[in-house]
Ligand binder design. Structure first.
Ligand SMILES: NC(=O)C1=CN([C@@H]2O[C@H](COP(=O)(O)OP(=O)(O)OC[C@H]3O[C@@H](n4cnc5c(N)ncnc54)[C@H](O)[C@@H]3O)[C@@H](O)[C@H]2O)C=CC1
Ligand SMILES: O=C(O)CCC(=O)C(=O)O
Length: 470
């Protein structure tokens, strides 16, 4: 049988298999006609390693929201994927409509991918968070649907740390107020309650990528650094870890939050914590809007306890840029907050620099592409991290099996019973909580073997989704 004919038959048999399947990942396993027609060409022109593709790259649809950087668009379009780009996030109903159809979605911090929304994402294989935080995605639900989630763990850390340094000096010198006054014609040359930052104490809550970077910059300015973290972390420079949040609050002049949004960090700074701070201290939050209780902060500022605050993040943030977007309708305390002196408000721009956005675009788009094309989950935040070395160019009759399943006893025995009828070139399996992921390269298979492997795996208990790459 001619190779082209074999390929067409293989496509038919896959499509038949897919018609029988109801798994969320099933559509994504379909090798389409256009992919099959290009296969002989792709194989003959590849150089060293065989390029694995899940199915026709031209059929892969990616939705990029929230002005994800053009570096990502370039990477995806070079792959031949269909890219839809939107500058802002989408209203829920529109997002549900769009997500039904796409294989990958790229978001930043604004788009909430809740279980309710992900339920509709029948073709979705992967989510790229083009940011650090992943609290906007229901990670457990995504994993249970077989959807891998990637982020960029530190590409914008430096940008946030630099913003916070700027804010420390801005608050200490009341620069925001002086600037607003002069913009409106008022000359107000004062030094009362304006300070140098040299010799002052910076208290960092959360000494991770951002907190520790900030620690180094603050010491270079002559500040003393204390930090509080739930884990013991090696200090940089002469910074000191304190054992309780209260100790940090009692001893610091500036307090800055760099923790993730979790149940434990909700209102981490509220009335009692403001009361525990030194009189005239300053509060900075560029982490998540849930971490600081803003009405309590307003009260503490009105009482003169807190001398200034810089906020980059809010419990509710507008979906898009524009006048009037930040108002009481979104957060009921807005009017009160904006009327306070020495409050710096920025629209969640901690990570918004050209450098950060461009490297995030490259990092996340590369991880998403590697997952789509090779099944590699290194860097995934909700999946076991599994990677197999590439196939060699001459390994023509090899299929890569990607099998996502619930982590229960006996699954591997069943799966290996199926695979062991063939030559398993290599195999790797790992689990993360309830979810497990197996990658295996099976050689010397023909189209009916592949069809059979797919059908048999599809029948296994505890399967979440299967993809075959070849
Ligand atoms: N404003 C912006 O544009 C940006 C905001 N962020 C936010 O900043 C957060 C921190 O970022 P990274 O430093 O990269 O994260 P990271 O994961 O490197 O560090 C977070 C640190 O917080 C600690 N932590 C967790 N819970 C804690 C608690 N209850 N009390 C004290 N410490 C706790 C962790 O042990 C860890 O050391 C992100 O989760 C994200 O939400 C990140 C980037 C940009
Ligand atoms: O740049 C963004 O949209 C979000 C930045 C951020 O908060 C993050 O990286 O977690």
């Amino acid at each position: 049988m001619a190779f082209g004919q074999q390929i067409n038959n293989l496509q038919d048999s896959f499509e038949a298999a897919l018609n029988l399947s109801s798994s969320p990942g099933a559509v994504s396993t379909s090798p389409t006609q256009s992919f099959m027609n290009t296969l002989p060409h792709r194989i003959s022109t590849a150089k060293q390693q065989k390029a694995l593709k899940p199915f026709s790259t031209g059929d892969i649809k990616i939705l990029l929201l929230e002005n994800v950087n053009e570096t990502a668009i370039e990477i995806f379009t070079k792959q031949g994927y269909q890219v839809e780009f939107q500058k802002s996030s989408l209203p829920e109903a529109e997002l549900i409509e769009k997500i039904k159809d796409v294989h990958a979605i790229g978001i930043r911090s604004k788009t909430k991918l809740t279980a309710e929304i992900l339920k509709h994402a029948k073709n979705l294989v992967v989510v790229g968070c083009f940011c650090i935080g992943t609290n906007q995605v229901d990670l457990d639900f995504a994993a249970k649907q077989g959807i891998a989630v990637f982020n960029s763990p530190f590409s914008n850390s430096r940008s946030v740390a630099e913003l916070v340094i700027a804010e420390i000096i801005t608050l200490a010198r009341q620069l925001g107020d002086r600037s607003i006054e002069l913009h409106t014609g008022t000359w107000n040359k004062v030094s009362a309650k304006c300070w140098e930052v040299r010799g002052k104490t910076l208290g960092i809550i959360g000494y991770g990528h951002i907190g520790s970077q900030l620690s180094v910059l603050a010491e270079a300015l002559g500040m003393n650094v204390l930090y509080y973290d739930i884990v013991t972390i090696m200090s940089l420079g002469t910074a000191k870890q304190v054992s309780t949040l209260n100790e940090l609050l009692n001893k610091s002049d500036f307090i800055t939050c760099h923790v993730p949004a979790t149940a434990e960090t909700k209102n981490l700074l509220s009335g009692p914590q403001f009361a525990a701070m030194k009189d005239g201290s300053y509060v900075i939050n560029a982490s998540r809007g849930t971490v600081v209780d803003i009405p309590a902060l307003i009260q503490a500022m009105k009482a003169g306890k807190i001398a200034g605050a810089a906020l980059d993040v809010y419990p509710n943030e507008p979906a898009k840029n524009g006048a009037g977007a930040f108002a009481d309708g979104l957060n009921s305390w807005t009017t009160d907050l904006v009327s306070l002196p020495n409050v710096i408000l920025t629209p969640h721009i901690g990570g918004s620099t050209e450098e950060a956005q461009s490297s995030i675009g490259i990092e996340v788009a590369t991880a998403v592409t590697k997952y789509i094309n090779e099944g590699n989950t290194v860097g995934a935040v909700n999946f076991p991290e599994v990677s197999l070395r590439a196939l060699d160019l001459d390994q023509d009759n090899t299929v890569r099996v990607l099998y996502i399943h619930h982590n229960v006893p006996g699954v591997l025995k069943t799966v290996n019973n199926i695979l062991s009828n063939h030559n398993i070139e290599k195999q790797y399996s790992d689990s993360n909580g309830d979810i497990a992921y197996l990658m295996a390269d099976i050689s010397n298979v023909n189209q009916s073997d592949i069809k059979q492997i797919y059908d048999e795996l599809n029948e296994t208990d505890y399967k979440i989704s299967i993809r075959l790459l070849y």
